[in-house]
Design a protein around this ligand. Structure first.
Ligand code: NAD
Ligand code: TYD
Length: 354
């Protein structure tokens, strides 16, 4: 039986990954370690409450003693490191916590895993550390050259405090591979969407605001481009990389699905309005607001390498993924109510004055 130490497994992608693995494999054990920040929610895992294959531990990945204890007790075969501060806007107002969790947390995990996994002859057996990173480490592409994409060879050029912290973590991960022969992979993924995404990110924010007839804040001219990937496709990619990725390699994971933000917002308005038969949900809700500082113009991934080497491809068309996602938010108003009470409400009021 394989044991996975999944960090950040109560967040958006991490919880989808935990549910995906538990659904796919009978013979698996997941130790889910999460600090439960505003973005982490045990509600995401409620459907697996009582499943003995899933062990939840509330802890901070920066807490070395706690991480050592987990390695001693559970002896994981894999670490899948999702835990992070993940929202660019928050990194602009409060960068320190991004450095702490995203950089120091990753270094702490690397160090603890290296000591736990190293054998007498300096090798690491069948273990692997998968760092879940982001395409944002590559910086920004221009709208003028749509045929140019990020590849694994694109130099790192992060702009936001969030992407700078993820790039720093990636460099530590690669340094551990180069220095110690430590077994790692890095995945760099484009923007995910799907169930359980905290409604501060574009797609769930727009769905929930539209349902409440609140303004839909579009930054700048709305023409920034993101490459959207359905979260389940990302989960499949991570599992493939964990099992079959060549040691030391980076794999870009993208949906080949680039869209302008304003396209996404209008598509959500049309779909939500139709789903709840409410003509008051229309484009008059759109409000163009001051642009994000240092707003990256375009992200776009060429996922050739993971397709060629591991056989992964994005299976879910955006038109299907967005319908599934909206249906999930419509079916789960209690989840939205739960996660948006308290801390998030304060943040939202401060950010948007609503
Ligand atoms: P999220 O914000 O929804 O979840 C992050 C989780 O990490 C939360 O459960 C939170 O409680 C936990 N966490 C935060 N600090 C912690 C700490 N110090 N110790 C333990 N747990 C901690 O994020 P997400 O969108 O699920 O992203 C997961 C990973 O994927 C991140 O590393 C992010 O950089 C990366 N990523 C996300 C996207 C995306 O579109 N969401 C795209 C590319 C890469
Ligand atoms: P976001 O979901 O925050 O992801 P990221 O910044 O990591 O790409 O934002 C996606 C895009 O949507 C980005 O170009 C910023 C834009 N955006 C808005 O226009 N309005 C919003 O309220 C938010 C949250 C994002």
């Amino acid at each position: 039986m394989r044991t996975y130490l999944v960090t950040g497994g109560a967040g958006f992608i991490g919880s989808n990954f935990v549910l995906y693995l538990l659904g796919k494999h009978e013979d698996v054990r997941i130790v889910n370690v999460d600090k439960l920040t505003y973005a982490g929610n045990l509600e995401n895992l409620r459907s697996r409450e009582g499943d003995p294959r899933h062990i939840f531990v509330q802890a901070d990945i920066c807490d070395k003693a706690a991480m050592e204890g987990l390695f001693d007790t559970y002896q994981p075969d894999y670490v899948i490191n999702f835990a992070a501060e993940s929202h660019v806007d928050r990194s602009i107002t409060n960068p320190e916590v991004f450095a702490e969790t995203n950089v120091m947390g990753t270094v702490t995990l690397l160090n603890v895993a290296r000591k736990a996994w190293e054998t007498g002859d300096g090798t690491f057996g069948q273990h692997k550390f998968v760092q879940v990173s982001t395409d944002e480490v590559y910086g920004s592409l221009s709208l003028e050259n749509p045929e140019v994409f990020f590849t694994e060879d694109t130099p790192l050029c992060p702009h936001s405090p969030y992407s700078a912290s993820k790039a720093a973590a990636d460099m530590f991960v690669l340094a551990y591979a180069d220095t110690f022969g430590f077994p790692v992979n890095i995945t760099r993924c484009s923007n995910n969407y799907g169930p359980y995404q905290f409604p501060e990110k574009l797609i769930p924010l727009m769905i929930n605001n539209a349902l409440q007839h609140k303004a839909l804040p579009v930054y700048g001219d709305g023409l920034n481009v993101r490459d959207w990937l359905f979260v389940e496709d990302h989960c499949k990619a991570i599992e493939m990389v964990a099992h079959n990725g060549k040691l030391g390699e980076v794999y870009n994971v993208g949906g080949h699905n680039e869209r302008e933000n304003i396209f996404i917002v209008k598509a959500i308005i049309a779909e939500v309005s139709q789903a709840v038969c409410d003509p008051a949900i229309n484009e008059t809700l759109i409000g163009y607001v001051t642009d994000r500082k240092g707003h990256d113009r375009r992200y776009g991934i060429d996922p050739q390498k993971i397709k060629r080497d591991l056989g992964w491809y994005p299976e879910t068309a955006f038109e299907d993924g967005i319908v599934k996602t909206i249906a999930w938010y419509l079916d789960n108003p209690e989840w939205v109510e739960h996660v948006t009470s308290g801390a998030y409400q304060d943040y939202y009021r401060e950010a948007y004055g609503q």
